[in-house]
Design a protein around this ligand. Structure first.
Ligand SMILES: Cc1cc2nc3c(=O)[nH]c(=O)nc-3n(C[C@H](O)[C@H](O)[C@H](O)COP(=O)(O)OP(=O)(O)OC[C@H]3O[C@@H](n4cnc5c(N)ncnc54)[C@H](O)[C@@H]3O)c2cc1C
Length: 441
């Protein structure tokens, strides 16, 4: 294979191109947007105004793909937060105790992350060029049509144009198979504000207030580079967070705990409050179709999960690593798409299993009273058991669960659960939240 063309220069596209460059003579990345010269949001990536964390599985994949990237992010002020070791979390079942485990995430602006990745990847991107369609037929994709009436021929075309990808239509236009699509939407709406942290409080633990069926509103407050915080409020079921300052703060005060509202009241806003509503889980099942040779899809273009789960960037990095392995071992054969999508499977399953029942989209499966009680007990026990919490957070961070033998699980479940934490007790686990004169409350 001489040339590969990657459609889209987002994270999935740049990382796929990094890997492809090891296997083909030439890689062309086509991106309709123009990248900013310095770290910052851009038009083609509207979500870059919103909080983005890179969970452990993705961070490790990124470190393997582009060694030194994490160090550079930290050097530019990105924060590492343990899950739940450096995160104050109010789940639907109560406050988590503070435990250390291998799960963590990196928090910085999306602009910084993309900037560092692009610089280290060093792949050449043709900016300001829009993909209009594919060339080829039902048996083989031979290239892409782009603006300027140009055709770029390629042995492999990788679609990485994100959650609004038009590739199913482009395939249909050349006689390709229909692509099944699954969409599961909770109607989640985001509103995000970036702000200057008050002096002495820039090293905040991450704060996460989860929605519950009774109050489908949540919030995260995360540290960013440059002594800033990013606050994201979320709501479903007609409970979209307002975009005006007073409404935003009132929404934060309406949550199950006032900590986000109290901390926000100490900050100075930086820029407007930004909305985001296209949050559905969306999967294009390319792996089920008899795809023409020479075509694959990666990142959000194939599987986009509800951003609430913070997995998309990690899945993009894991997908690129898998692309490397597949090209090394099996080449770009018929099994490639199924292999790529396997990297998104844990994230997709987790998101869809939870979101399917939000808003009554699908009725909850019937479970016995006994099963319901065991589940509730497990959820309560998890708040105060390091072993059980690690199981949960490892899954959320897309890393293998630590081995938990049957006896330890039985003990965690059968023993008396740790007493639930009050809001004050939960806060006092974090010295940064009991800081001198600026202590909230
Ligand atoms: C509000 C929000 C918050 C999120 N938070 C997190 C988080 O905390 N953690 C996390 O891991 N993930 C998060 N995500 C998901 C994450 O943003 C995506 O998974 C990630 O950006 C996927 O990268 P991608 O390269 O597949 O797609 P994108 O980043 O969307 O990139 C697609 C690229 O293709 C370009 N493009 C599109 N069409 C064309 C065309 N026709 N021709 C040429 N170029 C084209 C676009 O300009 C863009 O640059 C969040 C998403 C949203 C919406």
């Amino acid at each position: 294979m001489n040339r590969a063309v990657v459609l889209g220069g987002g994270l999935a596209g740049v990382l796929a191109a990094t890997v492809l460059a090891r296997h083909v003579d030439e890689v062309v990345v086509v991106e309709r947007d123009h990248f900013p010269a310095a770290p910052g949001p851009r038009r083609g990536l509207p979500q870059s105004h919103h909080s983005h964390v890179l969970v452990t599985g993705g961070a490790e994949a990124l470190a393997t793909l582009l060694p030194g990237t994490l160090q550079e992010l930290y050097a530019h002020g990105a924060h590492r937060r343990g899950l739940p070791g450096d995160s104050l979390i109010l789940s639907g079942d109560g406050w988590f105790h503070r435990f250390d485990c291998a799960a963590y995430f990196i928090s910085c602006t999306r602009g910084l992350l993309d900037h560092v990745v692009r610089r280290r990847a060093g792949v050449r991107v043709r900016q300001g060029v829009q993909v209009l369609g594919l060339t080829g037929d039902a048996r083989r994709v031979t290239g892409v049509r782009v603006t300027g009436a140009e055709t770029i021929e390629a042995g492999l075309v990788v679609d990485a144009t994100g959650r609004r990808s038009q590739a199913p239509r482009w395939l249909a236009e050349i006689g390709g198979p229909p692509i099944e699509e699954t969409t599961v939407s909770t109607g989640l709406a985001y509103a995000t504000r970036i702000c200057q942290a008050p002096p002495g409080l820039d090293d905040l633990p991450a704060i996460m207030l989860h929605p519950t069926p009774g109050l489908p509103r949540g919030a995260t407050l995360l540290p960013l580079e440059g002594g800033r915080w990013v606050a994201t409020l979320t709501g479903t079921q007609g409970s979209a967070p307002p975009l005006d300052e007073a409404g935003f703060l009132a929404f934060a005060r309406s949550l199950r705990d006032p900590i986000v509202a109290e901390l926000l009241a100490m900050t100075a806003a930086e820029g407007p409050i930004r909305p985001f509503r296209d949050t559905a889980n969306r999967r294009r099942h390319y792996e089920r179709a008899a795809l023409p040779a020479g075509f694959a899809a990666i990142g959000d273009a194939a599987v986009a999960v509800n951003p609430l789960y913070s997995h998309g960037m990690s899945v993009a990095a894991l997908g690129a690593l898998r692309l490397d392995r597949e090209l090394r071992c099996a080449g770009a054969g018929p099994g490639l798409q199924a292999a790529l999508v396997a990297e998104a499977e844990p994230s997709w399953r987790m998101a869809v299993a939870r979101d399917r029942h939000v808003n009554g989209t699908e009725p909850e499966p019937q479970v016995s009273e006994h099963a319901r009680k065991v589940r509730a007990r497990l959820a309560r026990a998890r708040l105060g058991s390091a072993e059980l919490a690690a199981e949960l957070f490892h899954a959320q961070a897309l890393i293998p669960a630590p081995p938990l033998d049957g006896a330890a699980r039985f003990h965690a479940l059968a023993g008396e659960p740790a007493p639930p934490l009050t809001s004050d007790q939960a806060r006092r686990q974090y010295p940064a939240l009991t800081f001198g004169a600026t202590t909230p409350r």
